[in-house]
Design a protein around this ligand. Structure first.
Ligand SMILES: Cc1ncc(COP(=O)(O)O)c(C=O)c1O
Length: 381
């Protein structure tokens, strides 16, 4: 039998590969983006409560109303946005499903989608599965800015979507209001949609304001915003996220969602709805992660790595010039085997696998584990 793969170049993601290698070598896993500490007991109790009370059958296709209303209230508090929970919010299986659903619903064969590399790895395959063409733009070194003038020149009448991601995985950079102004001038008068991947919305440091698309009502009219409770409440395994989009776009996204997952884990949705009633549960996250960022950056001073600044997310990049002159993929494996710390090689985020001799650390870990990792990476004579 001959199988014609729709994604012939796709293999197992580097996140799975490095986590597996970390387990094999008993290494500290700072590769894949997930916390090693527990979900808040109160949230776990709420889940238990709803399971015990029998909230165990199908949830409504769009998400339980209590959760969609709680999300709308949260967006009002954080961004001053006024959303209709019935027509603009859809609960999904993590942000991954929200991203996939938006692309599957709105990208047609031949449509071009602009993405910025290094990029999170789910965008490209989702675009290609819909018959779309990925148009990758490289972020400008050394601070990984978007070259908006270059983007403007590359826009054609086939350009259907621009995907932005702030705070940005893997670089830890953030978009500023000037970026959104530049984006506004590019999309004005076109049919270009914006997919704004904002899963790290609360992980933004040094008092910086998160420039969500939800703060820009005119841009929001052509946007899909994707977010994730996995990142916000340290529960990446729960697989709950959501897509926010104006009614005409939401209608299309729900057509795909309906036949992809139909509906999402019900007791978790009720628990999250209750938990969101207390804004402190998400408003304290920036301080929580900023402290971890600072602790890890300080501990890494005694190592041969040159740490790059992280303004958001729970990732930090590092150059490894003085270490073995291996390409970043080989270096990440070497580091796992020889120093007992697993990381992600940055070339994995480029479609042409550009090697900048940079690796990504995840600092969503307990302080003792971060200190132990830094200790294992200390300079050796
Ligand atoms: C930039 C970005 N977008 C989307 C996702 C997917 O989020 P979820 O785990 O909710 O599917 C991730 C997860 O790592 C991410 O880093």
């Amino acid at each position: 039998m001959t199988i014609r793969s729709k994604l012939p170049t796709v293999g197992t993601t580097i996140f799975t590969v490095m986590s597996r290698l970390a387990a094999e070598h008993g290494a500290i896993n700072l590769s894949q983006g997930f916390p090693n500490y527990e979900v808040d007991q109160r949230l776990k109790d709420l889940v238990n409560h709803y399971v015990q009370r029998g909230f165990n059958q199908y949830a409504p296709m769009t998400g339980v109303p209590e959760l969609r209303e709680a999300i709308a209230r949260k967006k009002e508090i954080v961004y001053g946005a006024s959303l209709d929970p019935d027509r603009e919010i859809t609960v999904t299986n993590g942000a991954t499903e929200a991203i996939y659903g938006a692309i599957a619903a709105l990208i047609h064969p031949g449509d071009e989608v602009i993405i910025f590399e290094p990029a999170y790895d789910s965008y490209g395959p989702a675009i290609r599965l819909s018959g779309g063409k990925v148009v990758p733009f490289r972020l400008l070194s050394p601070d990984y800015r978007i070259d908006w003038a270059a983007v403007r020149q590359r826009v054609t009448d086939r350009t259907r979507m621009i995907i932005i991601n702030s705070p940005h995985n893997p670089t830890g950079t953030t978009l500023k209001s000037a970026d959104l102004e530049a984006l506004r001038t590019i999309v004005a008068g076109t049919d270009i949609l914006i997919l704004s991947d904002e899963v790290y919305q609360h992980l933004i440091f040094d008092g910086e304001r998160h420039e969500s698309i939800l703060r820009y009502p005119d841009l929001y009219q052509r946007a899909i915003v994707t977010m994730s409770f996995g990142k916000t409440f340290h529960a990446t395994g729960w697989r709950i996220g959501y897509a926010i989009a104006p009614p005409v776009l939401t209608e299309e996204i729900r057509k795909v969602h309906q036949f992809n997952t139909f509906s999402i884990n019900r007791p978790l949705q009720h628990a999250l709805a209750d938990y969101l009633a207390e804004p402190d549960h998400y408003l304290q996250l920036a301080d929580f992660f900023q402290r971890k960022r600072d602790l890890f950056a300080a501990a890494m001073q005694d190592t041969p790595f040159e740490m790059l600044h992280s303004s958001g997310t729970y990732f930090m990049l590092a150059r490894y010039r003085d270490l073995p002159a291996l390409d970043d993929q080989a270096f990440a494996r070497w580091l796992t085997r020889e120093r007992g710390v697993a990381v992600i090689p940055m070339s994995s985020f480029y479609s042409d696998e550009t090697d900048e001799k940079i690796i990504r650390f995840c600092f969503a870990k307990t302080d003792d584990l971060l200190l132990e990792a830094a200790n294992q990476l200390k300079r050796r004579s």
